[in-house]
Design a binder for this molecule. Structure first.
Ligand SMILES: Nc1ncnc2c1ncn2[C@@H]1O[C@H](COP(=O)(O)OP(=O)(O)OP(=O)(O)O)[C@@H](O)[C@H]1O
Ligand SMILES: [Mg+2]
Length: 1013
């Protein structure tokens, strides 16, 4: 038979074109797949000694008997005996077809092999006077093998070597198993840890476990019974069917369909509990494999009813019709007296005869209150397309749990255990409403597993589901998986071996099997039902083929528009990554890496320009990772990457990237790049490594860089350099001059088309206007003028909003101020502006609360912001913001805490002496603190320092604040007149600024009314 690659139709050998659709029938190719299988090695110990004692003829007979027995055991458990190497047996579970319980099957086989040796040894001892002892190793892991249909089924992979090593390390009579096998069968076996193994060519030791017992009839892993969530509607429907069966006294057949783990058995269990006292409920399970399993569920049912003899008698009749008749009579007679519910679990594994029997019962049962409740996975319908299409039958498909229900389940399964929010979110996302997946993911996390790992149990379930599909469907899914969770119909043609788009009917089959579904919003596009199904399909594809397919998707998307460039870059990147691990890169592979990097870098720069910092950092990081360490293209990306990391609040990484860029550029003689990186590094250092003389150093570096940029015509570089110079000027306390510098920098940036840099400079223009001599009214005007420039630049918009919020509050409009700041915060969170959020938005929010007289709210804003800046290592800004948190604590009378904070975040340690704002701010709050402790002299000294530093600046509010706080010191020192004068000066300065709210607050402070103290 030849399967048509296009429509799936089976054609006879010798046909060159498909009889159904006319597509060319390619000669059968051997396709390779990657699979996770379980490998078993067994060996007879001491066979050399045996060979010396026995005549070769006898030895041959002894070994023949042994191998015959072992092969029998292995095959009954579904293993494929791959080879005999001398006296050793190697069997694989999962080839040709995977089963979700391959690991447990292998262990059951191993256990039975050992048991079998007893009787065999009795036989051999009698015949030849010898006894055999065996050792066994079992291991699970990924291998490469031929597709199910091909004859090449050799399994190749490290997992095989490890299994063999485990076998060699086992003592005679012992079974050793590996880590993943244990994980997959953990609840059905008992083990003891064995010594770890070293493997040739491997640095890490391999964990090994000794098998102590395999529990009869146990499941590979436990299913839990957290309180039921949801499913009320489904329960009610089954209950109605039951009530009908009772009232009409006729048989009803309900089939519950759904993928593994969705809750079919659980639903049946709940129904059972629900009907207790109203009906007799008997359960029988179909088994995936084994001898004599056809009627196994009936055996369970009759045993539960205490009527084994009755079944034996029926089965003894031989012919199916006779058996069916007797079985029906047995049920009818019971269901006449009292309602009977038969639950038949997992009928997708049922032998056809059993399915016939169920249909027979549904059709022929008369005058009996019988409900047949069948549970099955969707593949049941592959064999029996017309299942349950009779009048007294219905099917019920279990959908994933709703989001809220899944959360409820997570909550109740966690119980006392703790799980951080990120991990919890990840569980909900990955499980997509499948309760079994929720259980397995949580179990893994609670045992300390890594958040992004997928438990082997889930992987085995999904992989076996795919492996059981017909080849055409499986290959279709694999190709779709390369595209992603969502894929267009059209691109599948691009990826097909014959370049033909698959027939719609083929996709419809996959939809029916609940593997994919039509896209909700895009025509002719589909989505995988579950992210994990996509992953499982993807993981099957050999890496070489993955690479080719990714490249084809990239070429298909290429040229469709700029917005696809990132996706093109992703596919080229994957095309490269898939094969990079396979060996030294050839020309094609190197070219892929380069093309991928170009695309990612271009998208990264665009993300930077629209201020999507996490995206920019991510894209640029991936782009740089694709080049060799010393590639010139990589070097040219490093400065942008460093800046993106800085904005995203990853100071340390930003620092090392920029430092590397400076060094490499200098070595390579790239003056422009070296200057660019050096300027950005300086800017970072202002934040992160304050020390005496830093400002001078940075100014020198900027001065050196400016002529280089001029010479090379690098407007963007020039803009950044001017921006840094302006920023420094601002921190020195010269706001008016800084604004001029920064405006110039912003214009240069705009001319250079560098919108990110423009926003950067304008941000500081705004900050300088808020702090400096610009009256509030005028600053407000400027904010409004700048608004159109924020079009398409969310970073600038965040700055405008937050600054405007502060200005509103300064004029006493707190509601409007808070509202604007909230908008800034929402937007900043959206684009991941961590640094701006912590040092800007949160500061503004806290400051507004202080102006509004709500110190508790101010603390709530400022404390997490200070902690975040500390975490990021943004010292300079932390030093400027911390004094306001101290203020918030002082207003609440929490002096001790305030003192501790002032020490922990002292400007002396965090900021260079040139940082006027930080130095004055820290001193003004310390002076207050000391005065309140009664250390009046020291308080006065420091308070004077604060006002002196502040007076040297044109920061009107800072000067006002220093005076106001000094007034407080004087008041406590019992010098009311001087105190009142200082307050008046402070009020005057606030009024000059137009900070009405701050002036009003002072007018009501105790220091302003000498008579009161
Ligand atoms: N609605 C629910 N509320 C709480 N737990 C649930 C719910 N549904 C399922 N579970 C739990 O999820 C796990 C998987 O459910 P269940 O065993 O019923 O799946 P299944 O559909 O029968 O899967 P399979 O096809 O593998 O037999 C069980 O531990 C079960 O207790
Ligand atoms: Mg079940």
């Amino acid at each position: 038979m030849l399967t048509c690659p296009s429509c799936g139709q089976e054609n006879s050998e010798g046909f060159r074109f498909c009889g159904a659709c006319g597509a060319a029938l390619a000669p059968a190719r051997v396709r390779e797949v990657r699979k996770t299988v379980t490998v078993l090695f067994s060996d007879v110990t001491g066979s050399t000694a045996l060979g010396e004692r026995l005549d070769p003829e006898s030895l041959r007979h002894v070994m023949g008997r042994y191998l015959e027995e072992m092969k029998d055991v292995l095959e009954r458990h579904g293993g494929t005996v791959e080879k005999f190497i001398g006296d050793a047996v190697m069997a694989v579970f999962g080839i040709p077809t995977l089963h979700e319980d391959d690991a447990l099957r292998a262990l059951r086989a191993a256990w039975e092999m050992r048991d079998r040796l007893g009787p065999l040894n009795t036989e051999l001892e009698g015949d030849f006077g010898v006894r055999l002892e065996a050792r066994i190793g079992v291991n699970t892991g990924e291998v490469v093998t031929g597709e199910a249909a091909s004859s090449d089924r050799l399994a190749t992979g490290d997992a095989v070597n490890v299994a063999s090593r485990l076998e060699q390390a086992a003592a005679p009579g012992e079974i050793l198993l590996g880590e993943q096998t244990l994980e997959l069968a953990r609840d059905a076996i008992e083990v003891a840890p064995a010594e770890q193994l070293s493997l040739k060519g491997k640095a890490d030791l391999v964990a090994a476990y000794r098998l102590l017992n395999v529990v009869e009839g146990a499941l590979a892993f436990e299913r839990l019974d957290a309180p039921l969530v949801g499913r009320q509607e489904e329960l009610a429907r089954v209950r109605r069917a039951f009530e009908q069966a009772v009232s009409e006294r006729r048989c009803r057949l309900v089939t519950v369909l759904g993928p593994p783990g969705i809750g079919k058995s659980r639903l049946a269990g709940e129904l059972g509990a629900n009907l207790r006292g109203e009906a007799n409920i008997l359960v029988g399970r179909c088994l995936p494999y084994g001898e004599g399993i056809t009627y196994w569920p009936l055996r369970e049912i009759f045993a539960a009813a205490g009527a084994e003899d009755e079944l034996e008698a029926a089965l003894a009749e031989g012919a199916p019709e006779e058996i069916f008749w007797s079985v029906r009579k047995a049920f009818e007679s019971r269901a006449r007296e009292w309602p009977l519910v038969l639950v038949l679990e997992d009928i997708h594994w049922a032998e056809p005869t059993l399915l016939d029997l169920i249909e027979h019962l549904a059709d022929w049962t008369r005058n009996a209150q019988l409900l047949l409740l069948c549970l099955a996975r969707p593949e049941l319908l592959d064999e029996r397309t017309a299942w349950a299409s009779r009048a007294n039958a219905q099917t019920l498909t279990l959908e994933p749990l709703a989001e809220g229900e899944a959360d409820e389940l997570i909550e109740s399964l966690l119980g006392e255990s703790q799980l951080d929010e990120k991990a919890r979110l990840r569980v909900a996302q990955v499980a997509e409403g499948n309760p079994l997946f929720v259980e397995q993911l949580l179990a893994m996390l609670v045992e300390g597993g890594e958040v992004d790992r997928i438990p082997a149990t889930i992987q085995a379930l999904l992989a076996s589901r795919l492996d059981g599909l017909p080849a055409v469907e499986r290959e279709l899914l694999e190709r779709a998986a390369v595209v992603g969770v969502e894929f267009e119909w059209e691109v599948l043609g691009e990826l097909a071996p014959d370049r033909h788009r698959p027939a719609g009917a083929q996709l419809a089959v996959l939809v029916r099997k609940e593997l994919i579904r039509p896209h909700e919003a895009i025509d002719d596009a589909f989505r995988f039902r579950h992210m994990l199904i996509r992953d499982a399909a993807y993981e099957r594809i050999p890496k070489q083929l993955r690479s080719e397919l990714h490249e084809r998707v990239a070429r298909w998307l290429d040229g469709k528009g700029e917005e696809f460039e990132e996706i093109v870059g992703y596919h080229l990147e994957q095309a490269y990554r898939s094969v990079a691990e396979l060996g030294p890169p050839g020309e094609r592979v190197r070219a892929l890496a380069e093309q991928a990097a170009e695309r990612l870098a271009a998208s990264g720069r665009r993300a930077h320009a629209r201020a999507d910092m996490p995206a920019a950092a991510n894209l640029l990081e991936r782009a740089t990772a694709l080049f060799a360490g010393d590639a010139p293209q990589r070097l040219s990306l490093l400065p942008s990457l460093g800046r993106a990391l800085l904005e995203a609040g990853q100071m340390e990484q930003a620092g090392s990237v920029l430092a590397e860029a400076v060094e490499r550029a200098q070595t390579a003689g790239e003056r422009g790049l070296a200057a660019d990186a050096a300027v950005s590094l300086s800017y970072l250092q202002i934040q992160t490594s304050p020390h005496e003389g830093l400002y001078g150093e940075v100014e020198r570096r900027v001065e050196e860089a400016i002529p280089v940029f001029r010479e090379l015509g690098d407007e963007a570089g020039l803009a950044r350099a001017l921006g840094v110079a302006g920023t420094l000027r601002l921190w020195r306390g010269e706001a008016a001059l800084a604004i001029e510098d920064l405006e110039r920098a912003a214009r240069s940036a705009r001319d250079a088309g560098d919108r990110a840099q423009e926003a950067d400079s304008l941000e500081y223009v705004l900050v300088a206007m808020v702090w400096g001599p610009t009256p509030v009214e005028e600053a407000m005007q400027r904010v409004k003028e700048l608004r159109p420039r924020a079009q398409g630049n969310r970073r600038l918009l965040v700055d405008l909003l937050r600054v405007q919020g502060q200005l509103e509050a300064m004029q006493g409009r707190f509601v409007a101020g808070r509202d604007l700041i909230a908008q800034a915060r929402a937007l900043g969170e959206e684009v991941g502006l961590e640094l701006t959020l912590a040092s800007g938005v949160a500061f503004q929010a806290g400051y507004v609360e202080l102006l509004a007289g709500d110190a508790v709210a101010a603390e709530r804003e400022l404390r997490p912001a200070c902690d975040a800046m500390e975490r990021m290592g943004s010292w300079g800004t932390l030093a400027s913001v911390a004094p306001w948190l101290v203020d918030a604590l002082l207003v609440q009378g929490r002096d001790q805490e305030a003192l501790r904070l002032a020490e922990r975040w002292s400007a002396a340690r965090l900021a260079p002496p040139e940082d006027a704002d930080a130095q004055a701010g820290w001193r003004r709050v310390r002076a207050k603190l000391l005065a309140r402790k009664g250390e009046l002299d020291e308080a006065e000294r420091i308070g004077r320092e604060a006002t002196a530093i502040a007076s040297a600046t044109d920061f009107l509010d800072l000067r006002a604040q220093a005076n106001a706080d000094f007034a407080e010191v004087l008041r406590l020192a019992g010098r009311p007149e001087e105190s009142a004068a200082a307050v008046q000066e402070a009020i005057r300065l606030h009024e000059e600024k137009g900070n009405i709210a701050a002036a009003a607050l002072l007018a009501h402070s105790p220091a302003s009314t000498p008579a009161a103290s």
